[in-house]
Write a protein that binds this ligand. Structure first.
Ligand code: ADP
Length: 191
């Protein structure tokens, strides 16, 4: 089993590198952002609540997102993957604590946290470029800046949290997609 958290600011390349990791290590992908966007598209009650937060650049409340994650983890029970990649979760210390408990209850744990480190001006550039292509309602400049503030205030403390556990792997997230992926593989292959 290889359970990984892919960690970084909005626009740091988590989704892109997740796709490569999933294929290479045969992992099951859990992206809380994708789950929320799917709910918004289907017009579910959860989607309606989530949209309000997402369009303000804020986080969806911990209780809600932790519930969703527990559900997705249980759906994955029958899955034939060699582990899970958590993308966009945890985003707060309480979420990280909940994840630890959820995994412990299932007899497993996080093995490594891959932290994609990208300078702020590059993040904004990438988010705006993605917005032109994806049409994501939160990929505009105003919301992007709020999301970065939210990241600094609520999510970035997780770096120290996972460093203390000896799990954090800093990866330079500037460069070509393939070069970054090589760096990630090198750091995971030493596990
Ligand atoms: P990105 O990391 O590029 O901003 P995501 O697709 O991971 O994009 O998330 C989009 C939005 O969904 C976030 O800005 C947030 O509002 C909400 N969201 C996703 N995951 C979580 C989470 N774990 N906790 C709270 N809110 C979340």
């Amino acid at each position: 089993m290889l359970n990984i958290v892919i960690f970084g600011a909005p626009g740091s390349g988590k989704g892109t590198q997740s796709d490569k990791l999933i294929e290479h290590y045969n992992l099951f992908h859990i992206s809380t952002g994708d789950v929320l966007r799917d709910n918004i598209k289907r017009g579910t009650e959860l989607g309606k609540i989530a949209k309000g937060f997402i369009d303000q650049g804020q986080l969806v409340p911990d209780e809600l997102i932790i519930d969703i994650l527990a559900q997705v983890l249980d759906e994955n029970k029958a899955n034939a993957s060699d582990g899970v990649i958590f993308d966009g979760f945890p985003r707060t210390i309480p979420q990280a604590e909940a994840l630890e408990q959820l995994l412990a209850d299932r007899g497993t744990k996080i093995d490594a946290v891959v932290g994609l480190e990208v300078p702020e001006d590059e993040l904004i550039k990438r988010i705006l470029l993605r917005g032109q292509m994806s049409g994501r309602s939160d990929d505009n400049e105003e919301t992007a800046r709020k999301r970065l503030d939210t990241y600094h205030n609520q999510t970035s403390p997780l770096k120290a949290y996972y460093e203390q556990q000896g799990k954090y792997r800093a990866i330079n997230g500037l460069g070509s997609i393939d070069d970054i992926f090589e760096l990630i593989k090198d750091s995971l292959d030493s596990l």
